[in-house]
Design a protein around this ligand. Sequence first.
Ligand code: SF4
Length: 389
Amino acid sequence: MELWQRMIRDSVHTVDQLVEKFNIDRHAAESLDEFFQARINPYYLSLIRYPGDPIWLQCVPDKAELEDIDAAEDPLMEDAMSPVPNITHRYPDRALFLVTSQCGLYCRFCTRKRKVGDYEKISMRGLESAFQYLEQHTEIRDVILSGGDPLMLTDAMLEKILQRIRSIPHIEIIRIGTKMPCVLPHRITDKLTSMLKKYHPLYINTHFNHPWEITPESSKACEMLANAGIPVGNQMVLMKGVNDDPATVKELMHKLLKIRVRPYYMYMADETKGANHFRTSIETGLNIVENLRGHTSGLAIPHFVIDAPGGGGKIPILPNYVLHHDEEKIVLRNYQNKVYAYKNYKDKNNPAKKNGKAEKSSDGKNGKAKIKLPPRVNVKLPILEEVEN
Ligand code: SF4
């Protein structure tokens, strides 16, 4: 057994342990265990500094989880968009491939609480039909391995999956979504990175939510992945009491860049049953972006998105920097609320439209956009002088 596997075995997970370690009421601990089991490995446990701190909130069961019983179990409609077991096919050229139900830590805010931890719900029996689906759907260019956490599989099992995907000619990119570099960095071994780098182009998206999660161990894990030529991105979830202020997010983003992890997404928390107590207002998120943009480098700024309930996918949201836009110009404000105008470039000067013909794209197909945009929504524009204050 490898060190990381022993640490999983030694995790806090029983009702007795929860009552003893965290002083949780036994009745609540039993109900919570039935709703979504606990798994807190010794490494992540060691990061807790005091009860109720940002690390504690992410991993210790809380009776607030039992209160929003009316919320949806699957707000992103992943199951409705699942053509075969283990696959969610939401976007045209990408597919999500769930390869395990197990994780190195069970996060209390998890959006897949309905499945995670239950071997029956993400079963290895579904792998063959998933592979066949990927083989038959030549439009899929990019596969994201997720779960659970794919790095909970042994190196040998993970390699079998990677080999099979790499044998599909139309799949260009493999991505692995894993929280292991953050919650159990001991999982990133030389043996693992030597195996992974055989399957490039391979990307990893990991999931740090708070600066205290950047430790010597997690830094080393991320650097090992980067040294294996794997670009590592970070997906952060905005959560009440964890990271819902600009200073915390900025510190996290700066620390991630230092360990060669690129901030990728900052999500509004999903409307998931048992996780709504983590949700913040949208304004809180916009204020954080406002405090990053212009105040630090663009490298440190993740895309702020809402994963739309009902399966609409990720939709970016931004503070309103566009004050006015017409055929002549666009009027913008910068991070200091100074106002600037940028003249529009008229379409008649655009070489793409010369002689009334659309330019051909590099693959020889007609480059004319087929997407019909919805009509512009009329919004009341602010008065410029007000914005300058
Ligand atoms: S590691 Fe990911 S899938 Fe697993 S419990 Fe945490 S958020 Fe959910």
